[in-house]
Write a protein that binds this ligand. Structure first.
Ligand SMILES: [Zn+2]
Length: 183
């Protein structure tokens, strides 16, 4: 009897050690966006990172670069949408998902709608300028036809701390920038 139970138990147990499950897909791509944000910080840009993914494949990754490009529109989201669209040779990014570390502003939320993105996944909310429900609601506004599936709060604490650390360091170096919170 005992043998039988043992045999049954063995049959249902895995034969090899179970590897730890890989982190959920959204977290994996958000970590990639965080690495982009860190690149931005090293360049002295407000550290926001973004990644465009289609069917599990990374099409483009970018970080904020308005200072270096002398371009007020060079937010990570705009740059990554442009790069992905060039790759697909299509200004519509249907079926594509955008991962970004911070809630997009009104300009970027508008571009996400124009691009017909499938999903937007962001990390930390931006209560001052976030246009996906925090300060404004551009994304999924009732007047707009296109709907974007929204996932928020993915690695939110890490995404927020990248920005907070950046401004803390900058305030220490140059107290006159204390009130500048956005690029
Ligand atoms: Zn923006």
């Amino acid at each position: 009897m005992r043998t039988g139970i043992r045999a049954c138990y063995d049959r249902h147990m895995p034969k090899v050690a179970v590897k730890a499950l890989s982190p959920p897909v959204d977290e994996r791509f958000m970590r990639m966006a965080l690495r982009e944000a860190a690149r931005g910080a090293m360049e002295g840009e407000v550290p926001v990172g973004a990644v465009v993914v289609k069917e599990g494949r990374v099409l483009a990754r970018e970080h904020n670069r308005p200072i270096h490009l002398h371009d007020p529109s060079a937010h990570a989201e705009i740059l990554v949408l442009r790069r992905a669209a060039r790759k697909l040779l299509n200004y519509r990014l249907e079926g594509c998902d955008l991962y970004v570390t911070i809630e997009p502003c009104a300009m970027c939320a508008g571009a996400i709608v124009h691009a017909r993105m499938r999903r937007l996944i962001f990390g930390a909310r931006d209560p001052k300028a976030g246009a996906c429900g925090s300060a404004l609601r551009v994304l999924n506004h009732g007047k707009l036809n296109h709907r974007v599936e929204l996932a928020k709060g993915i690695l939110a604490a890490e995404c927020a701390s990248v920005i907070q650390d950046f401004f803390r360091t900058r305030r220490k170096r140059n107290p006159s920038t204390v009130n500048r919170t956005k690029p």
